[in-house]
Design a binder for this molecule. Structure first.
Ligand code: NAI
Length: 688
């Protein structure tokens, strides 16, 4: 027998748990270690009356078996009160089973306003009120499991149950959207359509059947869907008699019934009716993108006078990944605001390993220091808020499993040194979506402003494992590319040991992903222990460059680009290898203990020193010409791709000193194709 499923430490509310199915769930949760809020209004099956008996009895039963339970007698319409009971008694809420229900069956013509309204209030509105009251608690703790109770009457319809059918299928619609909105917070919402003997069914089922269809044949599904091991989200299940089946949509190939520049006529619909309804080669659309993708395809087919049915292969490719560049590229995420004080700057500096044991770190750690500064790489923090606030999940055309998202690469450019406190706004936009075969890459551009002044620009390359193959392009001229380091031993190397609590400290700057702190969450991601944030190693590497080549002068920092290749464990040592080429410092970061490369293709660009003299390389000895070439490079970049295309040549210089070659320079006036070709996807690497 496999490991038993237990709910130790979890708090569950079962609504309508005074009898029938709800009672069974409550008892089952109780014996498996959960703390249970037994909610029941204690009325009759039509929604009349009220009593505390039903809930009290079940609480006693749970306690008698050694479980923990409290009663709540409010109607589910008072959702806040139910959640408050859980918080008061147990301090949290993890699982909600929306189960309370009544019946007011009538043939449709005889359904009164009250019949309609009461059913909707208890089933649909009640589930909404309870779930909404718990939502933010679940979001904050990044865990939640929600069960909606639908019914075969809702899915298929049933004579005399128009009010009930409508409310029950409404619950499925509610669950579908909660599953999408909750996914990134590890809140899963599933729907069951149970069948069991209870006081609700005893009037419609023969007694023998009522007796045999036991509630205990439904409860195990509810428990599994509520467990943290269960990754099911947005599912619909029929369950009863010891059987469980999953339902999904099927859609016929359909027919395009109009032609370019002609009207659309009911007669064509009539003539094509059999084909429209023919389920041969039907597809199984699983999300709204697939619906939209079909319509986009139809529009193009009508335009080009092609075919009758939308092409199943490309429609299905989109279906498989849920990624549609056509819809996603150019979409803006909601603007986000980020306020910070000097405390956050200091906390961030500590997070990326600055320490008072180095005298020259004090200017980043002590607000009273005469040169108190914010580390340049803090510039990623405000931009993260744009993504973390859930913006990405709401972009049309980007429907994917967030647990498969890796942070592949990062580019950050500062236009001004960051203030040590302030309120910044960030505007994020999908710059491009690439199809790398094994996955999709989303390029997310984020511009961060202080008032109207642009402070910094970030580009996130987000790799979604398994979401490729939708027929998109592989490369993009929007991508800030990585660059290979020179082929020689590094000019300088700097090593720092991260502490055991490095990730625990870094996360306080705003990346709360439990992967970096929670061992069981890390195990789910396939890691032995919580890993360091990729952006923490990024911060280490950047400050190594700043110290080595810019005397820790934050105003010298221009930009940084890295690719995240492998994770680092807190406690390991980070070794940054540096190669100076003019004002560009190529870097590669390794874990010293294993030699594994963790940041590759990386570089930091510095502004020239304020006194106009180039920084002197300790080993190589500086040349004045470095500055000249750095400036040429910068101007070529600023002149843009058009100029580069026109010239289309490579220029080479050899600088001699005392008859020996002191430096070689080449200026590439070609589009950086080769650099982009090296822009491979991070495969197994990337920062989760
Ligand atoms: P039940 O009548 O035994 O249990 C429902 C419980 O909800 C009752 O204890 C009732 O007091 C409570 N309740 C009613 N209104 C409430 C309110 N406003 N606030 C708090 N509690 C309230 O019925 P059963 O069969 O256990 O049904 C449970 C759920 O399963 C219901 O949502 C029902 O519609 C659904 N269902 C049941 C099927 C079955 O075969 N038993 C079939 C399909 C759906």
């Amino acid at each position: 027998m496999l490991e038993p499923l237990v709910f130790d430490g979890k708090v569950v509310i079962v609504t309508g748990a005074g009898g029938g199915l709800g009672r069974e769930y409550a008892l089952a949760f109780g014996v498996r270690g959960a703390s249970v809020v037994v909610n029941d209004l204690g009325g009759d099956i039509k929604g009349g009356g009220k009593s505390s008996n039903a809930a009290d009895k079940v609480v006693e039963e749970i306690k008698a078996k050694g479980g923990k339970a409290v009663a709540n007698y409010d109607s589910v319409e008072d959702g806040e009160k139910l959640i408050q009971t859980a918080l008061d008694a147990f301090g949290r809420i993890d699982i909600i089973v929306n189960n309370a229900g009544i019946l007011r069956d009538r043939s449709f013509g005889r359904t009164s306003d009250l019949d309609w309204d009461l059913i909707h209030r208890v089933h649909l509105r009640g589930s909404f009120m309870v779930t909404r009251a718990a939502w933010n608690h679940m979001k904050k703790q990044k865990f939640g499991r929600i069960i909606m109770t639908s019914s075969a009457a809702g899915i298929y319809g049933n004579f005399g149950q128009a009010n009930y059918s409508a409310a029950k299928l409404g619950l499925l619609g509610l669950a579908n959207t909660l599953a999408i909105e909750g996914q990134k917070y590890n809140i899963h919402c599933n729907t069951i359509a149970p069948t069991a003997g209870s006081r609700l069914t005893e009037t419609v089922m023969p007694p023998v059947l009522c007796e045999s269809l036991k509630a205990e044949y439904v409860a195990p599904l509810v428990l599994w869907l509520s467990h943290d091991q269960c990754q099911e989200n947005g599912g619909l299940f029929e369950v009863g008699a010891g059987w469980i089946g999953k339902l999904r949509w099927e859609r016929s190939q359909g027919r395009i019934v109009r032609k370019k520049n002609q009207g659309m006529f009911p007669e064509t619909v009539r003539d094509q009716w059999d084909n429209i309804c023919d389920f041969t080669n039907a597809t199984k659309p699983a999300n709204i993108n697939e619906s939209v993708a079909t319509l986009v395809e139809v529009l193009s087919r009508v335009e080009t006078d092609e075919g009758i049915a939308p092409n199943p292969t490309s429609a299905m490719a989109t279906a498989a990944s849920g990624i549609s560049p056509l819809e996603a590229v150019g979409q803006k995420l909601p603007e986000s605001t980020f306020s910070y004080s000097q405390t956050q700057c200091i906390l961030y500096a500590l997070g990326v390993g600055m320490s008072t044991k180095d005298d020259d770190h004090l200017k980043f750690l002590y607000e009273g220091h005469e040169d108190f500064s914010c580390l340049p790489t803090f510039g990623v923090i405000p931009s993260q808020a744009a993504m973390m606030d859930g913006g990405l999940g709401s972009v049309p055309g980007l429907n994917f499993d967030f647990t498969r998202l890796l942070h592949g690469e990062q580019y950050l450019e500062l236009f001004k040194p960051l203030p040590t406190s302030g309120t910044l706004t960030s505007q994020a936009r999908i710059a491009d979506v690439l199809d790398k075969g094994s996955g999709a890459v989303i390029l997310l551009d984020v511009h961060t402003y202080s008032g109207k002044e642009l402070l910094c620009y970030n580009q996130y390359s987000l790799f979604i494992v398994g979401a490729g193959g939708f027929g998109g392009k592989r490369t993009s001229d929007k991508a800030m590319s990585t660059v290979a380091h020179p082929n020689r031993t590094p000019d300088a190397v700097m090593t720092d040991t991260t502490t055991r609590d490095q990730a625990a400290l870094y996360r306080l700057s705003g990346d709360w992903n439990p992967l970096h702190i929670d061992p069981s969450f890390a195990a789910m991601g396939g890691f032995k222990s919580p890993i360091l944030h990729g952006l923490c190693s990024f911060g280490f590497a950047a400050r190594h460059v700043l110290k080595q080549y810019a005397n820790n002068d934050a105003s010298r920092f221009k930009s940084i680009k890295v690719r995240f290749v492998k994770p680092v464990l807190p406690g390991q040592s980070l070794q940054t290898e540096m190669w100076k080429e003019g004002n560009r410092i190529h870097i590669q970061c390794k874990v010293k203990e294993s030699g594994a490369v963790v940041l590759s293709g990386a570089y930091v660009d510095l502004h020239a020193a304020a006194d106009g003299s180039p920084q002197i390389l300790p080993e190589a000895g500086g040349l004045k010409s470095e500055l000249v070439f750095a400036e040429i490079g910068r101007r070529i970049k600023d002149l843009g791709a058009e100029m580069v295309k026109k010239v289309n040549a490579v220029f080479g210089w050899e600088i001699t000193k005392g008859g020996n070659t002191a430096a070689q320079w080449s200026i590439l006036c070609r589009q950086a194709e080769s650099a982009r070709e090296h822009h491979a996807e991070p495969e197994a690497g990337g920062d989760p």
